[in-house]
Write a protein that binds this ligand. Sequence first.
Ligand code: GLN
Length: 484
Amino acid sequence: MLSYLNFQDKIEKIKNGSLSLTENINYFLKRIEENKKLNAFNFVFEDDAREQAKIIQEKIKSGSHGRLAGMVIAVKDVLSMKGKPNTCSSKILKDFNAVYTATAVQKLIDEDAIIIGRTNCDEFAMGSSTENSAFGVVLNPVDNERVPGGSSGGSGAAAAAELCDASVGTDTGGSIRQPAAFCGVYGLKPTYGRVSRYGLTAFASSFDSIGPFTNNVEDTAAILQVISGKDEKDSTSANLPVPDFINNLSFNGKKPVIGFAKEYFGEGLSQEIKKAAEEIIEKLKSDGFIIKEIHLPHTEYTIAAYYILTTAEASSNLARYDGARYGYRSENSVSLLEMYKSSRTEGFGTEVKRRIMLGTYVLSAGYYDAYYRKAQKVRRLIKNDFDNAFKDVDLILTPTTPTTAFKLGEKSSDPLEMYLSDIYTTSANLAGIPGISIPAAKSSEGLPIGIQLLANQFEEMKLLQMSHYIQQRYLRKDPEMNSG
Ligand code: GLN
């Protein structure tokens, strides 16, 4: 067990000499070794981490440290780090090393975080269980017979199993929130445009976002604070001021109005998860919060729209992996065309190939209007639903997932079943709004249950304040812990 509550506490303990960063790094490296069978990491940077620990320990002592000094962070293997492998858990990039560093990762490094390694994930972030990885499946640390969720399953497992202080993942349709819910940690997907995507290997460019997995809301706020902001290298990053998340975690005055949408509590939702969400709603009511019923009438089209639009974007983004310039090249070809074909056939896994084919189909001349254009229109309707809802409420509370973590292999042969595990998370990416999963309860089998909060664009502050309230009031058991 770690002896500190959150990153601020950790820095204090290092300052007053009760914690050494070297010992702390050794602790995490030992945990990683002991939990090797989880397969959460594709690469661990032992030497770099030890070296950084020494340097940053000194910086903390002399008071010249950055805002995340000594926070030990694992990074999903889709975010570039110069000179390090960036495999996207794919055979096609198995031997590829990044030539520059992603802005979000650089910002963590600049604030003296220690990057301990690169986490396993579904190939090119396509999946909901981390079973589609060229590096093998990741096990859920709570129950090793179950999946950790996906696609950032390694990041979720690493944060939950105490292999690091926090981790960073990506969320295109739920890949931060869903594994956070399955593993029992906090997972935040920021507003599209809040965090630069420069150096993130694209899956679906108009959906992809980068965010943290943590064990507490304070660390979530701290990481979001650091990685947010305009970046000249990503024209879709928003030129808006970044609020002071870290120092504003308590409500100042007015309590937010919380929306409840029946569409998120319908068929397919596990009774236990429904009950857990309703219990939180009841508690909030008795604490004086106003809960308002809202309607999100196009919810039933989210999965269809999501899988049409993201596969279309993926088919275009993944066209660059052709064996000609970098990455895997098949040796069994005589002509150029054959080389492209066999490199892609041998280099990509089944799910990635399924999506490239689906995406190519919905973009093809005869089907473009029927599928791609129609899905774009539906995306607008879903966004309008949220615009209307946020006229009446500040936040929307939903389950994060319809079920708790499922068994390994349980859904592998049925892609549609697998896609349905994203039923409550894809809407935020379609609308570009932020969302957080809070580890709110445990099922009768002891499996984590996540509750999702959604807010309007660029209103992460509201998400963080409400999550902090829920954490302090309902989830932190030790009264000592309530001072964080
Ligand atoms: N599970 C979803 C998918 O497979 C979401 C993936 C993600 O957010 N990267 O597309």
